[in-house]
Design a protein around this ligand. Structure first.
Ligand code: HEM
Ligand code: NAG
Ligand code: NAG
Ligand code: NAG
Length: 320
């Protein structure tokens, strides 16, 4: 009994490593091969965010959208060409993802200090963490060692794996569950909406049709988001009306006051199973931070390419 378990265990580990799906990420992955990577990334992010604070939010979101489509493999960064359509124009991303120029600038600087060593997938992970820290959020050690995909899939990015602002609670729970993330992870990660902005297009239905919404908040948002589809679609509003550029727990406090901007945000506090967690995070920022960190690390572990899989792209926008 004991020995057959041992054999099964060894075979299991061997299979996981052989298939390349075994995550071998570590916080010291570049400590010998590129000791300056962290300070190089941080400097570029710092400069970009000091010019435009929203870029911190945009970089954090890029990492999320990378990880949810076939794992954290830099695929979201591959630009469309005349013969190739990647993830950037898929519905959840089109006209919405931003920060690509910052990633290119980081990559250029990193290539200067250690050419051909650091993946674009890892640059996204580091830049996401740095953005959170710069905007006043918690700090943590980022696991590294991901490699870059050689391709990206428009249809995979459009297949419904990325949550939409119209999603209800059960859809949110199952989309995160499909990535190995718990309901707690989902709620904590949603706290990323404590920074950044959204387009009228994605919250119009909420401010005109939802019943669980603060009346004066809805009125304010309506003033810059016309009811008619197609008009003012790109007008922006902060996801966190209280402190739009601070990574704090105000997002959760807004939900208690029925002031979530997206329908999906308010779903986390509308009488369902996640109400108590939202309450906890709203009054206990330390608990929010520690759950957020744990969930970011888990999200960063989604299906990385390691070992000899994938490549280290020279230019984040195109395969080598
Ligand atoms: C829980 C499910 C989620 C849904 C339904 C959702 C949906 C959205 C939508 C609709 C927008 C606005 C897009 C636009 O205006 O075009 C947005 C923005 C944003 N999302 Fe999420 N999101 C979710 C989870 C996350 C997660 C897990 C993160 C990161 C950890 C994240 C980070 C952000 C950030 C930072 C922005 C603002 C980006 C900017 O200003 O450029 N979101 N999200
Ligand atoms: C992406 O958005 C642009 C500009 O709004 C639009 O012209 C284009 O058709 C969209 N692409 C897809 C695939 O929806
Ligand atoms: C959530 O949305 C899905 C798809 O629209 C629907 O089938 C389901 O009934 C909804 N769940 C709840 C609890 O409203
Ligand atoms: C509100 O809901 C109705 C009925 O579902 C729909 O026809 C209408 O387009 C919605 N209005 C907005 C502004 O989204």
């Amino acid at each position: 009994m004991a020995s057959s378990f041992g054999v099964l265990f060894v075979v299991g580990v061997w299979m996981m490593m052989g298939s390349g799906s075994y995550a071998q990420l570590s916080t010291n992955f570049y400590s010998k091969s590129c000791p300056k990577v962290l300070s190089t990334v941080e400097l570029v992010v710092e400069t970009a965010v000091s010019k435009e604070q929203r870029l911190g939010a945009s970089l954090l979101r890029l990492f999320f959208h990378d990880c949810f489509v076939n794992g954290c493999d830099g695929s979201v960064l591959l630009d469309d060409t005349s013969s190739f359509t990647g993830e950037q124009t898929a519905t959840p991303n089109n006209g919405s993802l931003r920060g690509f120029e910052v990633v290119d600038e980081i990559k250029a600087k990193v290539e200067k200090v250690c050419p051909g060593v650091v993946s674009c997938a890892d640059i996204l992970a580091i830049a996401a963490r740095d953005s959170v820290v710069i905007l006043g959020g918690p700090d943590w050690d980022v696991k590294l060692g991901r490699r870059d995909s050689k391709t990206a899939s428009f249809s995979d990015a459009n297949s419904g794996v990325l949550p939409l602002g119209s999603a209800n609670l059960s859809q949110l729970i199952s989309l995160f569950q499909a990535q190995g993330l718990s309901t707690k992870d989902m709620v904590a990660l949603s706290g990323a909406h404590t920074i950044g902005k959204a387009r009228c297009l994605v919250f119009r239905n909420r401010i005109y049709n939802d019943t669980i919404i603060d009346t004066s908040f809805a009125k304010t948002r309506r003033s810059s988001c016309p009811r008619t589809r197609g008009s003012g679609d790109n007008n922006l509003a902060p996801l966190d009306l209280a402190t739009p550029n601070s990574f704090d727990s105000k997002y959760f406090e807004n939900l208690l006051n029925k002031k979530g901007l997206l329908h999906s945000d308010q779903e986390l506090f509308n009488g369902g199973s996640t109400d108590s967690l939202v309450k906890t995070y709203s009054s206990n920022v330390k608990k929010f931070y520690s759950d957020f960190i744990a969930a970011m690390i888990k999200m960063g572990d989604i299906k990385p390419l390691t070992g000899s899989n994938g490549e280290i792209r020279k230019n984040c926008g195109k395969p080598n």
